[in-house]
Design a protein. Structure first.
Length: 87
């Protein structure tokens, strides 16, 4: 059940009748996050290697998209505009 309680994206729910976690929102899983797998005491969760994830990021031009999002949305991401940095 640690996957249910530690996932910040609510990918999992818990089936109390079957007494096991269930993936209910796989589309919400964040690329590169492996909190659930790291916390799983039964090693029931596996993810692709970091190398594979980087390959997918490159093939799908995710880094370019991320940079474009940063440029287009400074009000959302700027640390000073969000009041997260003193000064």
């Amino acid at each position: 059940g640690l996957c249910v309680t530690t996932c910040g994206k609510n990918v999992y729910a818990f089936d109390y009748e079957a007494n096991k976690p269930v993936v209910v929102a796989p589309q919400a899983c964040m690329v590169g996050c492996s909190t659930c797998a790291n916390n799983c005491t039964t090693d029931a969760i596996e993810f692709p290697s970091q190398g594979y994830v980087r390959q997918v990021i490159k093939q799908n031009k995710v880094l370019i998209q991320s940079k474009n999002m940063l440029k287009a949305n400074p009000d959302k991401y700027d640390i000073r505009k969000r009041g997260l940095l003193a000064g």
